[in-house]
Design a protein around this ligand. Structure first.
Ligand SMILES: Cc1ncc(COP(=O)(O)O)c(C=O)c1O
Length: 423
């Protein structure tokens, strides 16, 4: 029998929401989330409107790397906004935000702020088309680059449009390959290199399975892009400021031409960015390539980025987050083993993947699909019922606000959920 996860107040709100908000959610990603309404969040904890608490491993789908309601970031945003929020012209904090992010990244020379990862992906693709004079791009099965027509593909069937109303023809602008297979990319570029403007990828495939690049893969992709004059775009919307301060570029030492950042860049505030080589990015500045947005570089967004970047620079949380994530990954597997449940836990400590199945390396989608992903998804309601807010698709995000107390409570709750599952 399905678990009833919503308390009385959540149910009341959902009833009201259903008559004014389609599906009671403002993003289709949330259609599959349990019908719980939240009232408050702090650090690593969420409280629903019925007063139940949850240890949060969704973190707003990733942005809350510093934990919820980070006081220092929120105070900086409030203070800055008291002086005005949007001028329809330039303001000082935009400059500081760009300087601090570029310093943190180390490789990129220019940065444009936007609001969402989705639109910054489109800016990077348009720029790639403009500078190469080519139209097609290469992307990979299982990677998510936003919800617009030219990038949204069905998770179940490669290259298939994922929404009614989507202009399916726009998907013809891309070749879709298996990721982590450099030979497949080499072959495609040999045949179609002169029509391809860009290769875009999540440098760690977090959206489907938390899969790391094979040793040498990113370097080979870099070489192939250089060989064929193709722009290499890393979509670091999840990995940026999460897997390391400088994202996947810092972790794996391979430098793209352009990269997209979002989520953790601004301590949970709505802000994203596209960054990269000056000779490419300056085409936005010349006016030849249009990148626009009423809210781009608002005081709110820029102040959030500045405060977040200062905080990350002054008190680096990355070792702590890695320690926590590693302990949690080990702990979940051990608790599962105690309950006779085979649990596969793999990935990076700041963003890992959990599913039912034997512990084994997961280098690609084919191996991932051998695991019992549906079985795990079916169990997640039990985790939620015990006070663990987790995603059905198995990704767990860790924040700088998770500590020893959260670790102990998480493992207790996880055990209680599995105990309930086997009884
Ligand atoms: C890798 C990646 N790229 C792009 C996006 C789209 O970002 P947004 O939801 O801010 O539009 C996401 C969102 O989850 C993402 O994970």
């Amino acid at each position: 029998m399905a678990l009833d996860l919503a308390g009385a107040e959540s149910k009341r709100l959902r009833e009201r929401a259903l008559s004014v908000i389609p599906g009671a959610v403002n993003s289709n990603i949330r259609l599959s989330a349990p019908p719980v309404f939240f009232g408050r969040a702090s650090g690593a904890t969420l409280w629903d409107v019925d007063g139940r608490d949850y240890i949060d491993y969704v973190l707003g789908q990733g942005p809350h790397f510093l934990g919820h309601a980070c006081e220092r970031v929120n105070a900086a945003v409030a203070e800055a906004c008291a002086q005005g929020m949007l001028f329809g012209a330039s303001q000082a904090l935009e400059v500081e935000a760009a300087e601090l992010v570029l310093q943190a990244l180390g490789w990129a020379e220019r940065l444009r702020l936007g609001l969402t990862g989705t639109e910054c992906v489109q800016a990077a693709l348009r720029l790639s088309r403009a500078v190469t004079g080519r139209r097609k791009f290469v992307r990979f099965d299982g990677h998510y680059h936003g919800w617009l027509d030219n990038v949204l593909i069905s998770p179940d069937e490669r290259a298939r449009q994922a929404s009614d109303g989507q202009v399916g023809e726009y998907l013809n602008d891309s070749f879709i390959l298996d990721w982590n297979d450099a030979d497949a990319l080499a072959e495609l570029l040999r045949e179609h290199g002169d029509s391809i403007c860009a290769v875009i990828m999540e440098p760690v495939m977090v959206n489907t399975g938390g899969i790391e690049p094979r040793p040498g893969y990113l370097r080979r992709v870099r070489e192939l892009c250089d060989q064929y004059g193709v722009v290499l775009i890393f979509d670091e919307v999840i990995t940026g400021f999460r897997v390391a301060r400088g994202g996947a570029v810092e972790r794996y030492g391979v430098v793209p031409d352009l990269a997209i950042y979002g989520k953790a860049i601004g301590g949970g505030w709505p802000v994203a960015a596209v960054a990269g080589r000056a000779d490419l990015m300056d085409e936005f500045g010349s006016g030849r390539v249009n990148h626009s947005g009423t809210f781009n570089g608002s005081v709110m967004a820029a102040a959030a980025v500045v405060a977040t970047q200062r905080l990350l620079a002054e008190n680096s949380p990355y070792d702590r987050v890695a320690d926590y994530g590693n302990a949690l990954m080990k702990g979940l597997a051990a608790v599962a083993a105690d309950h006779g449940v085979a649990l596969n836990v793999h990935g990076l400590p700041a963003a890992f993947h959990v599913s039912l199945g034997p512990q084994m390396p997961v280098p690609d989608l084919r191996t991932l699909n051998e695991l019992d992903l549906a079985g795990y998804a079916a169990l997640t309601d039990r985790f939620v019922a015990q006070g663990l807010w987790v995603m059905r698709r198995g990704i767990w995000f860790v924040s700088a606000a998770h500590g020893d107390a959260e670790l102990d409570r998480t493992l207790d709750r996880f055990g209680a959920a599995l105990g309930g599952a086997s009884s």
